[in-house]
Design a binder for this molecule. Structure first.
Ligand code: AFD
Ligand code: MN
Ligand code: MN
Length: 393
């Protein structure tokens, strides 16, 4: 495969991916949290870390914010704008949080109690208002709603309540805003999740209105699911709003993208690139990362994910769509498959190094970040405060 580097260089110029604020903070599993001295705690620290990722990679100008964790009641949004100016990254998608408060124990928008449903709706509507004030396009509510035991929930009623609420959310959206409906088959609900798969999310988005789309979190699928087939259907329906990128070996493990199955993410990009080639349009898709690590260094893991996303995207850019279409039409299976494999097996690291060099960026963002001493500095500054806060409460 002759490396069509001009195509790749041009495609990389417009490839952007959003980082999540929560990916820089200490997190853990339900078995415990492993604290890192250098992890971010405040919104400023998250902006600072996100700014590092953008500074060294050049492709992460926005940071997704989680309303309760980043924009608690009373936040002066002018401070958020100041942080954007200071660290060179803007607020990106706005993520309401209707999954952690005690009263959401039996659900939020799908709760049997109308007063709980109303509170959840009010929070999401407040999140729409925050998004408007911050000039953010995408609202990405994830509902943890569901049940843990058979017979304990009226699934149809919950579906209707959620649909009603999303219609109200959609009505509140500004002209250029979007509602991205995320789905997840299980966890924390372990018998049924109200928005359990892409079809449910599609129906809810359709019912909400024309500015609602589906958000595909790559970790939110059963082991055998064909994610690129879901992507192809959503593209065909013009309902693919965006991605939360991560990887998983077992469930929603939020591992770094491509750490387990990079070829799967390549095949997702391949579907998008072929749709763009056929339609002669640029897919309007929000590429976002949704990862949180209790083991890897937070900023390093984010830079690693961004580099992997660029690499897999670059490989997908190499697909010869003419040859692929012809091989498919003529049912030359191996030739068609080799259109994928030739692209996937091409080493795109050199062209990525060239792209970075041509943009005044370090050829290896991860090594450059490590050499910057940022982790050592933040470990000192932030670690002291954490130690002061007794035993990492
Ligand atoms: C968790 C959920 C979901 C959501 C994310 C941010 O599984 O992916 O998008 O938290 O709220 O990972
Ligand atoms: Mn997600
Ligand atoms: Mn998830």
């Amino acid at each position: 495969m002759a490396l069509n580097s001009q195509n790749v260089l041009a495609a990389l110029d417009s490839f952007r991916i959003e980082v999540p604020s929560w990916g820089f903070a200490d997190t853990g599993t339900r078995f415990g949290k492993f604290v890192q001295d250098s992890a971010a705690s405040t919104l400023e620290e998250k902006f600072s870390d996100a700014g590092q990722v953008h500074y060294f990679t050049g492709v992460c100008p926005t940071v997704a914010l989680h309303v309760l964790w980043d924009l608690p009641a009373g936040t002066d949004l002018r401070e958020v704008v100041k942080l954007s100016d200071k660290y060179g990254v803007r607020a990106g998608s706005i993520n309401p949080n209707v999954f952690q408060d005690q009263e959401y124990k039996h659900g939020s928008l799908g709760n049997e109690r109308p007063e709980v449903r109303q509170r959840a709706l009010d929070h999401i509507l407040e999140s729409v208002s925050l998004a408007k004030q911050l000039g953010c396009r995408d609202l990405a509510p994830w509902l943890a709603d569901g049940s843990n035991y058979p017979g304990t929930a009226n699934i149809r009623h919950r579906k209707q309540w959620i649909a009603e609420a999303f219609r109200k959310v959609h009505e509140a959206l500004g002209p250029s805003q979007r509602l991205l409906v995320e789905y997840k088959p299980f966890e924390p609900a372990f018998y049924h999740s109200d928005i359990g798969d892409w079809g449910m999310a599609l129906l809810l988005a359709r019912a909400a209105g024309p500015k609602a789309f589906v958000l595909v979190d790559t970790g939110h699928h059963y082991q055998a699911q064909n994610i690129e087939q879901i992507v192809a259907w959503l593209l065909s329906e013009n309902m693919l709003g965006g991605f939360h990128f991560n990887d998983r070996r077992y469930a929603d493990d939020d591992l770094t993208l491509g750490s387990i199955d990079p070829y799967q993410i390549f095949r997702v990009f391949a579907e998008i690139r072929h749709w763009e080639w056929e339609s002669r349009q640029r897919a309007d898709i929000a590429y976002m990362i949704d990862q949180s690590h209790n083991l890897k260094n937070k900023v390093e893991a984010m830079i690693q994910t961004v580099m992997t996303a660029q690499l897999l995207y670059a490989k997908a850019v190499l697909i010869d769509h003419e040859a692929l279409q012809k091989a498919r039409t003529e049912q030359r299976l191996i030739d068609a498959e080799n259109c994928y494999k030739d692209a996937y097996e091409t080493d795109c690291r050199p062209v990525l190094r060239d792209w970075r060099k041509s943009h005044g960026l370090a050829e290896d963002p991860l090594q450059a970040f490590r050499a910057s001493g940022y982790t050592e500095r933040t470990s000192r500054e932030r670690g002291v405060r954490k130690k002061g806060a007794s035993s990492y409460a």
